[in-house]
Structures are given as C-alpha cells and as structure tokens.
Design a protein around this ligand. Structure first.
Ligand code: ATP
Ligand code: MG
Length: 403
C-alpha cells in the first residue's frame, strides 16, 4: 500500500518535471506576419501547452507579428528557400495571406503539416479557378468568363450587359485588381492598366448588401460557422463590419448554409472568410473566399466566446472547435492611414466604455493602409443604429497625425 501511495504521489510531480524538459507544444509557422499574423500569434500565446513557439515569414523587418513575440524569417512570401527553411523549423504551417507559393508548399507536405491544404490555396489564389470550382460544386457566383482578348471582352459585354468588372486573376487585394467597365470605349484603358496579367470578367452584381461568413473546419472534419455579418466598403476597402448583418433571418440562414456547403467541398482545415453578395432579389452569391482569418471577423475578438484567431488554431491543431455564438452585437471599424500623409504617426488612444482599440504596431502610416481597428461592443443593448451613431464619434476622435 505504501508503495502504491508513493507512486501515486510522485507520478504527477514527475509528469510536471517531464513537461518542463520536453515542451510538448508544437512550433507553428505562419506565412505572413502582418496584423492577421499578429493576432494569430497573440492567440497562440494563450495556448502555450499546444503551441510552444511561432515563426513567421515576412519581408518587412519588425513586422506586426514579431512585435508580439513571433520569431521572424525576413524573406519574400514566395521565396522557396525561406519557405523550406520555415517548414524544417515548424511542426505545422498556416498562412495569413494567400500569396504563398502553393507549388513549393505542396512539395513540403511530407516535411511539415500544412493547413489549409496547398491544394485549396492553389484553387483560391486564382480567382478564375476559384469561380470555376464553386460553379462546378453548384455554389452560386456571378456570371464570369476567362478573358484572353479585347474581342472576348466585347462579346461578354454583349452577353452580360454593362457594367462589367474586369479582374486580374491573381494577386489582387483591396480591389486593386478590379476595373469597372461602364462603356465599350473604356476597354482599351482597362486592358492597358492590367497589361501582361491574366484576366477574367464578371457581370456586375447589383447587390443590396455585402456580407460574409467566417467559417471553420478542423482536421477532424468538424465545421462551424459564425453568424452572418454585413460589410461596408469605401473605395473597395472594408470600412466597417456590422455583426450581425441587418437582414432577415431567412437570408442569413441561407448564407450560413452556403458557407457550410462551401467548407464541405474545400480541403484542409482552418478558418476561411467567405465574402458574399445579397442581390436585390435576395439571392446569395459568393464573391470570393479567403483561405485564412479575415478582416470581417475581427469583431469576434470581443463579440464571441471564441475569436476567429483562436478558432483557426483550434481547427489546424485538431482541437474541438469553440463556440461561434455572437454574445454581443458589435461594430468593427477599420482605422486606415489618411490619404494625404505617409510617415511615422502618433499612436491614438480612446477611453470610451465598451470600445476596444487595436493598433497593429505598423511604424508608418500610408494612404488607406490598415493600421488598426476598433470594436464597439453593444453590452448595453443600445441597438445597431445607436452604435452606428457612436462609431461616428469614435472615428472622429481617432485621428492619425504625424508623430
Ligand atoms: P479584397 O482584398 O478587398 O477582399 P479583392 O481585391 O480581392 O478584394 P474583390 O473582393 O473581388 O477584390 O472585389 C472588391 C470589391 O469590389 C467587392 O468587395 C465588391 O464591393 C466589389 N465587387 C467585386 N466583384 C463584384 C461584382 N461582380 N459585382 C459588383 N461588385 C463587385
Ligand atoms: Mg474581396
């Protein structure tokens, strides 16, 4: 009996000592160390027993993620040697941007676990391939076509009608790869702007609302979606997200089901941002998918039990997914660099109840650069319209000025 007692009392201590010597957490690699990489790193910092260390690959020295404790490999996202180096150092790789080299990543799947899968990344990286994939899986998108010549644009305009959007197939963000053609005379200009790039065309959707669903799938196949949110863009850049979307329940349930179905056909694990349009006749079309945490999911940091960042890590680690319930209605407002100023700025502050300011630690402000966001959380049940009034005051008080 004494022996048994001795073993039982010593075992937990040995276990703790063992944990100390053999850190059992995994080393996480992230391609990209901007604000999304930073918030993923912060989530990882709270999961020390699962993730012992984070290494990001990013071309900008002292990137946002490095400021919250991630180690950094300074290199281009497509640098094959650097990606290989990252894979050798890590147990698991994920991304915060979609421009990593999917071919290199595919070749490294033997060396290191990679999620979402490089195969899915490859589909998503090319907007034409992505749209074909969705259409093939009976998920509704705007009418689209590949474009190889000026004549094809003319022929598609006669089929779709004006306006149309000419889009670059790869590498676009914040609408920089989109050209809205409103008359036949604009075609040469549009082709000149995108010279040398592969292109596609889309019918212009006359939408009444832009919405998105943050969806997650874990390595075990479990799928969970956050409630539908509404996105307000200004000059193609997300200005704010209203959670939940101000739309009837039939539409939001439909959009959430579409997101669920999309997750079923995509391979790999992680959080995906699914951008959609609600048309004037209440159809829901997918605009595009981001194979990563998404700007329209930042509200989850305060509105939900599980943030999208923690959820992404849970998904790729194969842990049970967290609750996606929206506990508080919330508005997320992006802080963008002023148009007329480039340079070092004074970090703003705000002292207002239920208002959470998050700056990304970027040294320089540039016109329209995302440098932070604010979440305004409706803990007092004021209602969305009142929150929208308050957010105006909030945005006025967060002025970005030179340091
Ligand atoms: P981002 O990085 O902002 O997500 P992006 O540069 O990859 O975007 P898209 O998401 O394709 O570009 O388009 C940017 C915005 O342009 C959309 O949020 C939407 O407002 C508008 N847009 C895109 N496609 C269409 C379309 N077919 N019809 C109408 N508007 C569109
Ligand atoms: Mg988009």
């Amino acid at each position: 009996i004494q022996m048994a007692f001795l073993i039982v009392s010593i075992f937990p201590k040995l276990f703790v000592i063992g944990m100390f010597f053999f850190n059992m957490g995994k080393i996480l690699g992230i391609i990209g160390g901007g604000q999304l990489g930073m918030m993923l790193t912060e989530a990882a910092n709270n999961m020390k027993s699962e993730i012992s260390n984070v290494i990001v690959l990013d071309p900008t020295k002292n990137c946002p993620a490095s400021k919250v404790g991630a180690e950094q490999i300074v290199a281009d996202f497509k640098d094959a040697t650097a990606i290989t180096d990252l894979a050798k150092k890590c147990d698991i790789i994920t991304y915060e941007i979609e421009s990593g080299d999917s071919q290199v990543l595919k070749s490294l799947e033997e060396v290191c676990e990679i999620n979402p899968s490089p195969e899915t990344l490859e589909i998503i990286q090319d907007k034409l391939v992505q749209k074909k994939f969705l259409a093939k899986n009976n998920i509704q998108v705007a009418e689209f076509s590949e474009i190889l010549s000026k004549e094809q644009i003319e022929s598609k305009i006669s089929e779709f009608g004006l306006p149309v959007l000419l889009k670059t197939r790869t590498g676009a963000y914040d609408g920089r790869g989109n050209f809205k053609i409103t008359s036949l005379g604009q075609i040469p200009e549009a082709l000149e702007v995108f010279k040398g790039q592969s292109l596609m065309i889309e019918k212009f959707v006359d939408f009444k609302m832009e919405v998105s669903v943050i969806a997650s799938r874990s390595t075990s196949g479990e799928i969970r979606t956050y409630p539908l949110v509404e996105n307000i863009h200004e000059d193609n850049i997300l200005k704010m997200t209203i959670a939940p979307a101000r739309i009837n329940e039939t539409i939001s349930k439909n959009a959430e089901e579409i997101a669920h179905k999309t997750m079923e056909v995509l391979h790999g694990a992680g959080v995906f941002g699914i951008e959609m349009f609600v048309t004037n006749d209440d159809q829901v079309l997918i605009n595009e998918i981001a194979p990563r945490v998404h700007n329209s999911g930042h509200h989850t940091l305060q509105s939900s039990k599980t943030s999208q960042f923690e959820q992404h890590l849970r998904a790729i680690l194969g842990l049970e997914l967290g609750s996606t319930e929206l506990v508080y209605n919330t508005i997320m407002y992006n802080i963008l660099g002023p148009r007329d100023f480039t340079g070092i700025y004074k970090s703003p502050s705000i002292d207002l109840e239920n208002t959470f300011l998050k700056m990304y630690g970027k040294l320089e402000s540039k016109p329209q650069r995302k440098i932070g966001h604010v979440n305004l959380v409706d803990k007092d049940n004021l209602g969305t319209e009142k929150l929208l009034e308050i957010i105006n005051t909030v945005s006025d008080s967060i002025k970005i000025i030179p340091a």
